[in-house]
Design a protein around this ligand. Structure first.
Ligand SMILES: NC(=O)c1ccc[n+]([C@@H]2O[C@H](COP(=O)([O-])OP(=O)(O)OC[C@H]3O[C@@H](n4cnc5c(N)ncnc54)[C@H](O)[C@@H]3O)[C@@H](O)[C@H]2O)c1
Length: 332
């Protein structure tokens, strides 16, 4: 039994945002049609290190894809250790005999499948004429979130970038300007969150904040939020008053209720389950409507699903075999 080993660098060469978006969209649909097994992720909290570790298993029954991801979130990693905040490893498993088909770096896969989820959410929930994007947080996730929106819309008029760290927002802008030459008319850093939000069509939040950053009074009708940063208990980025005005779509009710953008307002009784419109899989599968008017405020709260990782790991594995990338090992 040979297991394919793929490094982070190799994984990075193999994936494009378009194919990951397609795979993530189909994974959401499988969940909407109840053809997946995916227990909510398990957490271990390293309180003294201000970090956590999650284990995320899944099985997409019709596609016959199964994987387990182990992933950490340590927001102080970049400044303390020169390591990314989020690092992951994925084991792709053969469902018919349980053998490990591949063991691969999962950090880039995590970023790509999270960006892809934002792109798919925007496809169903944001206005089709969206052209102005506000980013709150300019780290790793903010990069693939924008990649997915560019893939969806082709061209954007304006991207405004806020990050608490000035050099993070400036380096984001210069990097992105180079990467998407001709696809973004105007991209610039802003010094306050409200300058990223006011008048934007889509706002993407990707910070590890534990208090609201985006305030209700800045928010006009028709906006769409992709809330990505809140993925553990106690994290939140939006003023709960925004949620009370919005059509809220979660990726998974159980995960979102204890760790997504809605977890804090739910625990304080500021919103209830009645305020949640749907899971994204129900919208993708056509069981519930997405945006129905240009005036709605829509919110997608992403906690990150194990099925997103599994389908992205599966693409990576198949492309690696096709292109002869990686090496095999008799691991078991
Ligand atoms: N929903 C998902 O599926 C998913 C997946 C991966 C990561 N995440 C979460 O996304 C968040 C960001 O992850 P990342 O990998 O991009 O981390 P990162 O460290 O690369 O980037 C985070 C950025 O946020 C900035 N920031 C921190 N606090 C801020 C604040 N109060 N206001 C404005 N900016 C602030 C930091 O300066 C940094 O540039 C984390 O909370 C992580 O847990 C969610």
């Amino acid at each position: 039994m040979k297991t394919l080993l793929l490094t982070e660098k190799e994984v990075k060469q193999l994936l494009s945002i378009d194919e990951v978006m397609e795979a993530v969209e189909s994974a959401f649909k499988e969940k909407g049609l109840k053809r997946v097994q995916m227990p909510a992720k398990l957490y271990i909290f390293y309180e003294k290190y201000e970090g956590d570790l999650r284990v995320m298993p899944s099985y997409l029954e019709k596609k016959d894809i199964s994987a387990v991801k182990v992933v950490n979130v340590h927001p102080n990693n970049p400044s303390k250790y020169g390591l990314p905040t989020v690092m992951a490893t994925i084991i792709l498993v053969d469902p018919k005999n349980g053998a490990p088909l591949a063991l691969m770096g999962g950090t880039w896969i995590t970023a790509m499948r999270t960006g892809a989820a934002g792109g798919v959410a925007a496809k169903y929930l944001a206005r089709k004429d969206s052209k102005i994007i506000g980013l709150v947080g300019a780290g790793v996730q903010a990069r693939t979130q924008l990649a997915a929106l560019i893939s969806l819309y082709g061209e954007l008029d304006e991207v405004r970038v806020y990050d608490i760290n000035q050099s993070a927002r400036e380096s984001y802008v210069s990097e992105v300007k180079n990467t998407y030459r001709g696809k973004i008319k105007n991209i610039f850093p802003v010094e306050e969150v409200k300058d990223a939000v006011k008048g934007a069509d889509i706002v993407v939040t990707t910070t590890p904040s534990r208090k609201p950053l985006v305030m209700n009074e800045w928010v006009e009708e028709g906006i769409h939020f992709n809330c990505i940063g809140a993925d553990a208990p106690g994290k939140e980025e939006l003023d709960p008053s925004i949620l009370r005005r919005s059509k809220i779509v979660v990726d998974d009710w159980e995960q979102a209720s204890h760790s997504g953008e809605i977890n804090v307002p739910l625990s304080r009784g500021l919103i209830t389950r009645e305020n949640i419109w749907a899971e994204i899989g129900e919208v993708v599968a056509g069981l519930k409507e997405g945006r129905t008017s240009p005036d709605e405020i829509t919110v997608f709260t992403s906690t990150g699903l194990a099925i997103q990782d599994a389908v992205t790991a599966d693409i990576t594995y198949r492309k690696a075999l096709e292109k002869g990338v990686g090496r095999t090992l008799e691991l078991v």
